[in-house]
Structure formats: structure tokens, C-alpha cells
Design a protein around this ligand. Structure first.
Ligand code: ARG
Length: 460
């Protein structure tokens, strides 16, 4: 492609070191789509005849079919997807193909291809995020009454509905959806026409290209447009955040599926056995997801580190953006798919979770609130309940079995109605504030999420 200036062939080692076709072949549908739009703009600018434009478009569509079907031979010597396609086109249609690169550089071409790729993949990820929310909602709806201990420091804290615990993840994934929409709005700018860095002396109608490719706006600075990778970093941050959320859920699932908790049973289809220990049923999907989230974060760090020291404008370092990007996109898509399938089919052992939630200490705070309602300052109530807890442990008498006299020893404010507080159902019903886990609140939230998932805001 640059033979004019050079007397010696590129060394084989340099070709091997610098090629990107082994991974950027993934951009082919976008490269072709972009070239078809570029050809239309070149025709509009009077560089290509109508016949030339048609022959380019036809040739590119044929190449697309050849790549789709696996017939196309990618050549490492042609370095990247852009040159592989252009060279195949020129072989196919002759001179018209050689005109296609007018007013274009691989720098704005790769920026366009990557934006088109990110746009398509953002939509795919968005869809999967919604499916994942739907799967968690399905599990919540299948177990509307199941109660679980809520934990802080992985110590039992207070009772919650299992559905409330799951809906916490819908909140996280909803923020991820919002972040994705936000990132999308900055991906959705059309960079072609920026040339190598300073546009072109041949005036191409960039607005026309943007319209053909359905971009609502064109980039406004050619130097920025060929070197900007912020939109990739943003997308990869969103993906990392989704990964972190799935990783946290993984940890919950791994704990819940252990014999120690025994709160859920995963389907055989989503677990694996051990080659040595016949009794094992391992939550590998959750472990892999927890593991893969590290890779997603690593990919983001890799891109940001690549970007941070680059002088304006395009530098070849930027070719290093693609492998982490492709890896993150592909990893998060399958992680969301498999996780959604697994969660929708998990079964909750409501008897075991109820047993765990019947631990009376989970209601120690509710007892302190009882004292508060009767006029005891909270700090004193807290201390009284602390002493009562220590007494209950020492004497091995659960709260509900303490006699009236024992209660009174700790505070004269306690009356026999204190035992009404010692009930998980009462405790949940009383948690009525916005965001708290009363059954009525949780039912309202479930209805809200059903509507939202059915009619999500679009990506623009
Ligand atoms: N394969 C290159 C990349 O991914 C395409 C752009 C190359 N531009 C250049 N002037 N060498 O960044």
C-alpha cells in the first residue's frame, strides 16, 4: 500500500508483529458498511462516477458474503481488515476500487469501524442486561414470600425478603443500563472525513455519510476524531461495572449454594461435577464470572494505560485498543447470557432460608425500636438490647423464651407485648419507608420493574 516510498520489503518479523487482521477481522461488516457510505460521498463530490460507485458497492457486498461464508482468504501481509478488503475489492473490480481510499485514511476509517462496532455491541449488551434483569425478576416472582437473613460483614443482620435482595441487583443493572445509554450517546458520532488528521482537500459531505450510517452527529475536530478512544474507555468501564455487579452476585450465589448456607439449588445444567469427588456439585458459572470480571477490569486498565501518554494525533499504539475491547465485549455478552439462564432456573429452599431467618437475634434492632417507641433514647435502647443479647447467649435462652421477669430486669419498659415484635412477618411489614423491604413495597417494586423491562428507554 505504501510501496512508492520504499525500496525494501517489510520484514517478515515486522509483518508478524504489526498485523491486526488476526483480530480486527471482526470489524469487516462495519468496514464494508463505512466504505459503501464513503463511496456515496465520493460520488456526490464528483470523484467517482455513478457506475464506479455502483461497482464498488456491488464488489463490497460480494466481499461481505465471502467473509460471512468463510470463503474469504485474509492475508497477514495486508496487515489489517481495511487493507484486506480494499485489496480484494481492487482485485475484483479494478481501478474503481483503487479510487475508494480518496479523502480517507485508515485512521478515520478505523475510528469509524470501531464506533460502528461499539454501537452494535452496545445494543447487544443492552438487550442482555435487560434479559438478566428479567431473569432475576422471574426468580423473585417465583419466591415472593421467601425470607432470608440480610448480612453486613457477612454476619446476620436483619431479615429481608429474598426478592428484596434480588431487586438490589436490578437497581445495579439499571444503573449499568443508564451508563450504557450515556456512553452510547458519545459513541454515536461519525468520524469519517477526518482523514489522517487534518481532513482532506477534497470536500466530502460528511453529513451525507452520517445520514447513510444513521449517526445523529459528526465529530467536530479532525485531530481529536482520529485519536479519541474515550468512547472505548467508557464502554469498557460500563462493561467492567457490569462485571463487578455479576461478580458480587456470583459471590452470593456461591455462598447460597454451599452446604453451610444451603439457600438455593442450581440446576444440574448450570453446575459441574468433580473428577475426583463424586458428591460435588460446583457453581462454576458463578466462579468463572467472578474470575472473568478481573479480566474486564484489566482490559480497561490496559486501554487507559495505552491512551495516557500519546501525543496528538493517531499513533500506532492505538492498535492495542482492539484486543481488550473485543475480549471485554465478548466476555460480558456470554456472562450475561449464561447468568440469566442460571438464575431463572435456580430454586430457592424457602424452608432453609426461613429457618436461618428465625434466628431471634435478627430482631434485636426491632426490640430496640420497641423501646424507642416507648420513649427510651435509642443509645440506651441499644445498650439494653446488647445486654439482653449477652444474657440470652450466656444462659442459652432465646428471646422468645425469656420470662416477663427476665425482660423487666433489663428494662421496666418491657411489657408482655414485646413478644409481638419477635416475629419476622411483623418485622418485615413494619419496614414501610421507601426502599425498605416490606412485602407491599417489594410487590410494588416488582410491578415497577416488570413495566420498565418491557419498555426500556432506547439507545440514541
Ligand atoms: N490497524 C490499525 C489500527 O488498528 C489501523 C489504522 C492504521 N493506521 C496507520 N496509519 N498505520 O489502529
Amino acid at each position: 500500500m505504501w510501496k512508492g516510498r520504499f525500496q525494501v520489503e517489510t520484514s517478515n518479523l515486522v509483518q508478524k508483529y504489526g498485523e491486526s487482521i488476526s483480530f480486527d477481522w471482526r470489524l469487516y461488516p462495519y468496514d464494508i458498511q463505512g466504505s459503501i457510505a464513503h463511496a456515496a460521498a465520493l460520488q456526490d463530490a464528483g470523484i467517482l462516477s455513478k457506475a464506479e460507485q455502483l461497482s464498488i458497492t456491488k464488489g463490497l457486498k460480494e466481499i461481505k458474503k465471502e467473509i460471512d461464508s468463510g470463503e474469504f482468504k485474509f492475508r497477514t501481509s495486508l496487515e489489517d481488515i481495511h487493507m484486506n478488503i480494499e485489496s480484494a475489492l481492487t482485485e475484483k473490480i479494478g481501478d474503481a476500487g483503487a479510487k475508494l481510499h480518496t479523502a480517507r485514511s485508515r485512521n478515520d476509517q478505523v475510528a469509524l469501524d470501531t464506533r460502528l462496532y461499539c454501537r452494535a455491541e452496545s445494543k447487544a449488551i443492552y438487550e442482555r442486561l435487560l434479559n438478566m434483569q428479567d431473569a432475576l425478576l422471574t426468580l423473585a416472582k417465583k419466591n415472593p414470600d421467601a425470607v432470608v437473613p440480610g448480612y453486613t460483614h457477612l454476619q446476620r443482620g436483619q431479615p429481608v425478603l429474598f426478592a428484596h435482595h434480588l431487586l438490589a441487583y436490578l437497581e445495579m443493572l439499571d444503573r449499568d443500563c443508564g451508563r450504557l445509554r450515556d456512553a452510547y450517546s458519545r459513541i454515536n458520532h461519525m468520524p469519517l472525513g477526518s482523514g489522517a488528521l487534518a481532513g482532506s482537500t477534497i470536500p466530502v459531505n460528511r453529513k451525507l455519510i452520517a445520514d447513510l450510517l444513521e449517526f445523529p452527529q459528526v465529530t467536530q475536530n479532525s485531530m481529536d476524531a482520529v485519536s479519541d478512544r474515550d468512547y472505548l474507555a467508557e464502554l469498557m468501564f460500563v462493561i467492567s461495572m457490569v462485571g463487578i455487579h455479576l461478580s458480587r452476585l456470583s459471590e452470593d450465589v456461591i455462598l447460597w449454594a454451599s452446604a453451610e448456607f444451603n439457600f438455593i439449588e442450581l440446576s444440574d445444567a448450570h453446575t459441574t461435577g468433580s473428577s475426583l469427588m463424586p458428591q460435588k456439585k460446583n457453581p462454576d458459572v458463578a466462579e468463572l464470572t467472578r474470575g472473568k470480571s478481573g479480566r474486564l477490569i484489566g482490559n480497561l486498565m490496559s486501554l487507559m494505560t495505552t491512551m495516557k501518554g500519546l501525543p496528538m494525533t493517531y499513533n500506532r499504539d492505538l492498535q492495542e485498543d482492539k484486543e481488550p475491547l473485543f475480549d471485554s465485549v465478548e466476555t460480558i455478552k456470554i456472562a450475561l447470557e449464561v447468568f440469566a439462564e442460571m438464575m431463572a432456573e435456580a430454586s430457592v429452599k424457602a424452608d432453609v432460608t426461613a429457618e436461618a431467618t428465625s434466628d431471634p437475634f435478627l430482631l434485636a434492632t426491632d426490640l430496640a425500636d420497641y423501646l424507642v417507641r416507648k420513649g427510651v433514647p435509642f443509645r440506651q435502647a441499644h445498650e439494653i438490647m446488647g445486654e439482653l443479647t449477652a444474657y440470652s447467649i450466656r444462659e442459652d435462652i432465646p428471646f422468645q423464651d425469656l420470662s416477663d421477669e427476665e425482660w423487666e430486669q433489663f428494662s421496666p419498659v418491657f411489657e408482655s407485648d414485646v413478644r409481638d415484635v419477635l416475629n419476622v412477618e411483623t418485622a418485615l411489614k413494619a419496614r414501610k419507608a421507601v426502599g425498605a423491604p416490606s412485602p407491599a413495597n417489594v410487590a410494588r417494586q416488582i410491578a415497577k420493574w416488570e413495566k420498565r423491562i418491557a419498555k426500556p428507554p432506547g439507545l440514541v
